[in-house]
Design a protein around this ligand. Structure first.
Ligand code: PGA
Ligand code: ZN
Length: 435
């Protein structure tokens, strides 16, 4: 055994449990030099139709969600195939995984199996070099701490569809460090909870830790968010901007949008006008998936109307796919890509999506899923790849806090050299407009 021998010696997998108490898969790799790495597959609830497919057992046990077939694939076929590969050659390993699966959507071995293995390889490589993952990824390059987007009210598929909009978030645009961004967020999260309590509407939290959305309309959540920011002693707009994930594919298709809470149906133009009225009335800096993944013409029109005023993020529409991001940039539809490694299925494809967004001059947001674990890899990806922004859910529940806390540790490690990303590119004029 030599320290420089970074070939894969063994690969294991096990079933573990995610933040919704559902089965997921963890892969663990040991290299010839003794270094180890683990990777865990997270799970979405509002998924894009073109995401890498998770391999689940089906049937009635555990809601059909068990992963014994995916685990068996890692232990057997994948372990045999990767044995002896150099863990520091991530792109060769990812290419081997893709070729072994052999399907365009990773459905044979499962995107969940592939992403867990790909992440385990990445961690083992960093461990071999005795570097924290963010530094392993960044090399000698300077890094920035990401602007966070933090959910204050949950909604959509994460809150029993109590309201239609999925995420009501804040962005601490007035912060000058990640630590300060967290402190501002803590005040707003607490103020929002107190507001719900005082109104007799506090009913716990949704899947990502945001307050359960007991509102009469979607817009009421925006009003309450602005009120909470004020109660926290902050200026809504200058200190704390609003950010929405509409997740419109969840209630819209074929150019029809059905707002269940308000019992009305809108066409694409009506949906754009509704969002436009919110953009005019509230300090909204960013909107994700404003229209459904199948409504490309709507996304182009939305970007034409609002693309110079705010950040427009593609999630279900782009599914962390370099080719789709390149094609969308040419239209253009959106001006920012959400980056979720399990949509792509491997680390290399996730990086390619980041690079495609950067080539287009777009901003990027590294994002968690609604089904998460204690794993903090995305904090390292956001920093090591200089994504500029990070979205991991709310400011409660340890599967969320673990990621924020990891960023704080890295900021402290960087000491006086730590730099906070600040406003993303599409918001260059934001502070002037909201002073
Ligand atoms: P999901 O939602 O993880 O449930 O898909 C997160 C998002 O839409 O950004
Ligand atoms: Zn989304």
């Amino acid at each position: 055994m030599t320290a420089s021998d970074t070939r894969i010696r063994s690969l294991q997998a096990r079933r573990i449990w995610d933040s919704r108490g559902r089965p997921t898969l963890e892969a663990e790799i040991t290299l010839a030099n003794g270094s180890t790495g683990r990777g865990i597959a997270p799970a979405g609830a509002s998924r894009g139709s073109r995401e890498a497919i998770e391999l689940r057992d089906g049937g009635s046990r555990l809601g059909g969600l068990d992963v014994t077939r995916a685990v068996a694939g890692v232990q057997g076929e994948i372990a045999r195939h990767l044995s002896g590969h150099d863990a520091l050659d991530q792109s060769a390993i990812d290419a081997a995984l893709i070729a072994l699966d052999g399907t365009p959507d990773k459905s044979r071995l499962g995107g969940n199996a592939l992403v867990a293995v790909s992440l385990a390889v990445l961690h083992a490589g960093a461990a071999s070099r005795r570097l924290p993952l963010w530094r392993h990824l960044a090399g000698e390059a300077a890094v920035t701490l990401p602007m966070p987007e933090i959910q204050i009210f949950g909604g959509g598929a994460h809150a029993g569809r109590r309201v239609d909009v999925q995420d009501f978030m804040v962005m601490p645009v007035g912060a000058t460090s990640f630590a300060q961004a967290m402190e501002m967020t803590a005040e707003v999260y607490a103020a929002a909870g107190a507001l719900m309590q005082a109104a007799g509407r506090r009913q716990g939290v949704a899947d990502e830790g945001g307050w359960w959305p007991v509102f009469a309309t979607n817009e009421e959540a925006l009003e309450k968010l602005v009120t909470a920011i004020g109660h926290a002693g902050l200026h809504a707009g200058r200190d704390m901007a609003l950010s929405l994930d509409i997740a419109a594919s969840e209630f819209g298709a074929g150019g029809r949008y059905r707002l269940g809470l308000e019992a009305r149906e809108l066409d694409t133009a009506g949906m754009i006008d509704l969002l436009g009225s919110w953009i005019d009335a509230y300090p909204i800096a960013s909107i994700e998936d404003p229209l459904a993944e199948d409504d490309e013409a709507g996304l182009v029109e939305f970007t034409r109307r609002f693309g110079t005023r705010l950040q427009i993020i593609g999630d279900d529409y782009l599914v962390t796919d370099a080719a789709r991001i390149g094609a969308a940039a040419a239209l253009p539809a959106c001006n920012c890509a959400l980056i979720k490694f399990n949509q792509a299925g491997t680390v290399s494809e996730t990086l390619a999506a980041m690079q495609a967004a950067r080539r287009a001059g777009w901003a990027t947001v590294v994002s968690a899923r609604s089904g998460e674990t204690e794993d903090v890899t995305i904090a390292h990806l956001a920093i090591g790849w200089n994504a500029g922004q990070l979205k991991v859910g709310s400011f409660a529940r340890s599967e969320r806090m673990a990621k924020w806390n990891e960023c704080l540790r890295i900021e402290e490690t960087l000491g006086a050299g730590a730099r906070f990303a600040g406003l993303p590119a599409p918001l260059a004029h934001w502070s002037l407009a909201h002073d």
